[in-house]
Structure formats: structure tokens, C-alpha cells
Write a protein that binds this ligand. Structure first.
Ligand SMILES: NC(=O)c1ccc[n+]([C@@H]2O[C@H](COP(=O)([O-])OP(=O)(O)OC[C@H]3O[C@@H](n4cnc5c(N)ncnc54)[C@H](O)[C@@H]3O)[C@@H](O)[C@H]2O)c1
Length: 334
């Protein structure tokens, strides 16, 4: 199949990652400072964007917008009315919201994935299906080194539904009904400042506040280690997953993305060297026990297999900072 014939469907296209992915596909975005050959500005016949709402206009005749919930079968049938060549499934109810509203999380994070897989099962040619899973599938109390053998015991319904979706996607792929690619995302930065209600929001806020020269109190200790990736690098990995040949993914479809394991003080140092050493004085630390338990104790990760499969992290903390801020301030984009 020629690429220019492709019909691509993206769910969650209005979200933090979805927007950057769409910009990139339409050739308007900055990916990151790494090699983007074969990733950005791919030719395609049509791009179906699915989300609850869109606040952006697209002046591109290849783009079709489908508004509504992916938990609604009519919305999905509309989105999938032409056979899909590639689906990039990003829509989800975040962990905190899914924990508060179990039915909503079940319907969107698991039910809609199942509905999509069932629609794709009826196609004659299996579609590539890139699934944005999460490191939340691992649950709490990670061992000192996370490897491919680390058990997955999610402690939130969000992680449980993502893991269940992974298993179903593996099974539909085994049967030859879809061509699945699963990537588990770490914390992605820097989400634009907005009241998201996400407990992890402080990690993105740190980037924006220091870039703007504003004081910020970090709710974890300076040495708190976390797994991070810039949104540009995340988009590059999504594109890589979509671009991999079927033969390349047949032996193994699921990867936890490589990460930078970095401390809060390393981020502050990188921002100080980029924006000026006065940035250090803007930061105070007030560790919160609950946030420390969830976000501050990420262990080492064995990333060898994911790197070998062509997935990447940001390389250095400096690159991560640059790539994390690149979306908002074009002068920062390299
Ligand atoms: N951002 C991260 O740090 C991170 C980490 C791990 C995994 N992920 C996964 O990556 C994916 C994208 O993350 P993001 O940060 O862009 O999330 P986001 O919340 O910014 O975007 C998700 C989008 O999905 C849409 N959506 C939610 N429910 C929907 C429904 N019922 N029907 C249609 N659209 C719906 C939302 O409107 C939103 O635009 C998600 O699946 C998320 O679980 C993200």
C-alpha cells in the first residue's frame, strides 16, 4: 500500500499529545531536536480526528472531524465509516477522573477500545493500531530495576483498563485482525498550564513557571527521581510505532518507552543554564508525602529492547527542557 493512500484515524486528537501529533502530521509542528526523517509530514489520503470537541480549525481538505464520545457506537461508526489503515488511539479518561467515576473510565478506557477493535475486525486488510498505554500498568512498589519481566499489577482502574486493552490488542493482533503496536508512556512534559486536576501537573508547571521567571514551590524533594519524556519525543515515538513494518512488530508489539530518569534539581539546573542562574532562586521545595510516593521514587529501567526497536528518549536533560518548551515558544525550538 502506498502511503499517500492511507486513511489515518486519531482519537483524542484535541488533547495535549494529540494536538502535537496532528500538527506534526500536517507538517506544522516541531518534533524535537532529534532526527525526524520519515516521521513528520507523512503523506496520507485522509486524516479523521475524533474528540469530544475541537477548538481549532483545520483548512486541509484531507482532515475530517468527528465530534463526540468514543464510548458512543454511532460516533465510532462515523469515525470508522471508511476502512482505516492506521489508528492512533490516544483518547482516554485520566487516572484521577477514572478513579472517581468507574463507569466512565470503563466505558471509555476499555469499552471503546473493544468497540474499535470489533469494528476493525470486519476489515479485510488489518489496520495498524497504535495504542498509547501507560507506565501506570505497573502499579506501586516498583523493584529497583524495571525490566521486561517486571509484573504488571495496576493499582488504579485507569491502569487496569489500559492493561486489559493491551491484552485484547495483543489477541486481536495474534488472530491477524489488527496489527497492534503498544507503547507505554511515562510522564510527558510540558502540558500547557490549565486546571487539569492531574496530580502530576506540578511537573509541567515547573517548566513553564521557570521559563517565565516566576517563583514555584515543588511539592517533592530536589532529589526526587522521575521518568520523563518531552511531548515532541513522545510524538516521534508514536510516529515510529505507526511507521514500523508489520514484520518488525510481529515478534514483539509492546514496549515501555525509554525514559530519562531525572531529579527535580537536575531539571532546575538545566533551566538555570538555559534561562539564567537566577532561576534557581525562584524554586522552593515543600515535599508532600502522597506525591512523593507516586512521583518521586522511580527506579532504574532496562531500556535496551525498546531502544533496539528504535524508540527513543530525549537524550539529555537539556534536550528534554528544550523539547518540552518548544511547542509554546518557537524561539526555543531547535
Ligand atoms: N500525558 C501523559 O503524561 C501520559 C502518560 C501516560 C499515558 N498517556 C496516555 O496518552 C494518551 C494521550 O494523553 P494526553 O496527555 O494527550 O491526554 P489528554 O487528556 O490531554 O487528551 C485526551 C483527549 O481525549 C479526549 N477524550 C476523552 N474522553 C473521550 C471520549 N469519551 N471520546 C472522545 N474523546 C475523548 C479528551 O477530550 C482529550 O482531548 C492517553 O491515552 C493517556 O492515557 C499520557
Amino acid at each position: 500500500m502506498e502511503r499517500q493512500d492511507m486513511n489515518i484515524i486519531i482519537t483524542g486528537a484535541s488533547g495535549f499529545i494529540g494536538r502535537r501529533l496532528v500538527d506534526c502530521l500536517l507538517g506544522q509542528g516541531t518534533m524535537d531536536t532529534m532526527d525526524t526523517s520519515g516521521s513528520a509530514n507523512e503523506p496520507f489520503r485522509s486524516l479523521v480526528l475524533v474528540d469530544m470537541a475541537f477548538d481549532q480549525e483545520f483548512h486541509d481538505e484531507r482532515v475530517r472531524l468527528v465530534r463526540g464520545s468514543i464510548a458512543d457506537p454511532l460516533v465510532l461508526r462515523d469515525a470508522f465509516r471508511s476502512p482505516a489503515d492506521c489508528v492512533i488511539h490516544l483518547a482516554s479518561v485520566p487516572g484521577g477522573a477514572a478513579e472517581k467515576d468507574f463507569e466512565l473510565g470503563l466505558d471509555v478506557n476499555l469499552g471503546a477500545t473493544m468497540q474499535m477493535l470489533e469494528l476493525l475486525r470486519r476489515q479485510t486488510i488489518p489496520a495498524r493500531f497504535v495504542f498509547a498505554s501507560t507506565i501506570a500498568v505497573y502499579g506501586a512498589s516498583l523493584p529497583p530495576l524495571v525490566t521486561d519481566a517486571t509484573p504488571m499489577r495496576p493499582v488504579l482502574s485507569y491502569g487496569a483498563h489500559k492493561l486489559a486493552s493491551e491484552i485484547l490488542l495483543q489477541d486481536y493482533s495474534r488472530r491477524g485482525w489488527v496489527d497492534g503496536r503498544i507503547i507505554r508512556l511515562p510522564g510527558i512534559v510540558a502540558r500547557p498550564p490549565a486546571p487539569s486536576g492531574l496530580l502530576s501537573a506540578f511537573m509541567s508547571d515547573l517548566f513553564w513557571k521557570l521559563a517565565d521567571g516566576e517563583a514555584f514551590t515543588v511539592p517533592v524533594a530536589p532529589e526526587a527521581k522521575t521518568w520523563l519524556m518531552s511531548v515532541g519525543c513522545c510524538v516521534r515515538n508514536l510516529m515510529h510505532a505507526a511507521n514500523l513494518l508489520s514484520e518488525a512488530v510481529a515478534a514483539r508489539r509492546d514496549f515501555t518507552l525509554p525514559v530519562l530518569r531525572i531529579s527535580m534539581s537536575e531539571i532546575v539546573d538545566a533551566m538555570a543554564s538555559m534561562f539564567g542562574s537566577d532561576r534557581r532562586r525562584l524554586v522552593t521545595y515543600a515535599p508532600d508525602e502522597q506525591l512523593e510516593a507516586v512521583f518521586a521514587r522511580f527506579p532504574e529501567m532496562d531500556m535496551a529492547a525498546a531502544l533496539k526497536a528504535g524508540y527513543t528518549h530525549d537524550g539529555t536533560v537539556e534536550n528534554l527542557v528544550r523539547n518540552a518548551l518548544a511547542g509554546r515558544d518557537p524561539s526555543i525550538a531547535l
